[in-house]
Design a binder for this molecule. Sequence first.
Ligand code: KG4
Ligand code: ZN
Length: 338
Amino acid sequence: MKILAIESSCDETAAAVVEDGRKVLSSVIASQVSEHIIYGGVVPEIASRMHAQAISGVVSKALDDANLKYSDLDAVAVTYAPGLIGALLVGVNFAKGLSYSTGLPLIPVHHLRSHIAANYITSQEFEPPFLCLVVSGGHSHIVAVNDYTDFKIIGRTKDDAAGECMDKAARAMGLPYPGGVNLDKISRDGNPDVYKLPHPHVDGSVYDFSFSGLKTAVVNIIHNSKQKGIEINVPDLGASCIETVADCLVTNTVKAAEEYGFKKIALAGGVSANSRLRKRMNDVCLKKGWELYMPDLSLCGDNAAMVGAQAYYEYKNNTFANLDLNAYATMPIDKADY
Ligand code: KG4
Ligand code: ZN
């Protein structure tokens, strides 16, 4: 089964053709990073306009690269939530137009479900049930993936997402957008013990996260140093910040795995590209004898191949949308109404 998938939830316009949920026949990504870099972050209206400009060419290229015509396809899939509403609407409306004109069924795909599905492409034999740490720019979840379309949220952030925290910390350190990526690069040789940062806990909910205090602590260190005329060592402060975030993420995931009896762990989302998080999770899983699955680095960020992967399982679960499909800025992964 060949599915054409479209992704436009944030600042990447992407299209891909994926066969049977695992084989990527083509994957095209038009990144808007160079456009947003001067603003230090994604400007939603610019993102929507750029998606509108790029989407037709990106979808055509995905079909051409796969050497296929619309008549060779079995379905069209699209990310419909969560994300920037104006950005999502571009992909959703384009997919609806395609579905209408070709008669292909339309599959709505939840963005975080698709991040998890990136693992099915990287590890062909990998299948649920497993415990997944989903960490992106907007979400930090510990999710029990009981089946391909059956999810249960075990822990979540009470405020900022891990990616958001690192992006904001990076910005305060003067690093360019996208902050998390640049923080990762610059901090690899940093000493995480030079700057002491608080290790946030959420009282009463052992699997939840809180990252906004950590971000504020980084900003305070920078301000205090400036006032005293002391120069900040960015690699050291960056390493401290990343180490603290990774520590919270790994500690809670391990607790959840132990409590719920999972011995198969996965990472997903943009932050799963973080080198320190990958290393820490790998170390702990080795020690405990658990299996660890991580998306290939090329599949951690937003792309449409992962949408095509999840869409295959949504199709098998009879998840189809009509032409009144809407986009939603927020949508829980375990409900996924459309
Ligand atoms: O999944 P994603 O591409 O988009 C959303 O769905 O949000 O995640 C983007 C987030 C951003 O916060 C970005 O800074 C972060 O992932 N990120 C990283 C790394 N690569 C991307 N954070 C830390 N280290 C990285 N290597
Ligand atoms: Zn994403």
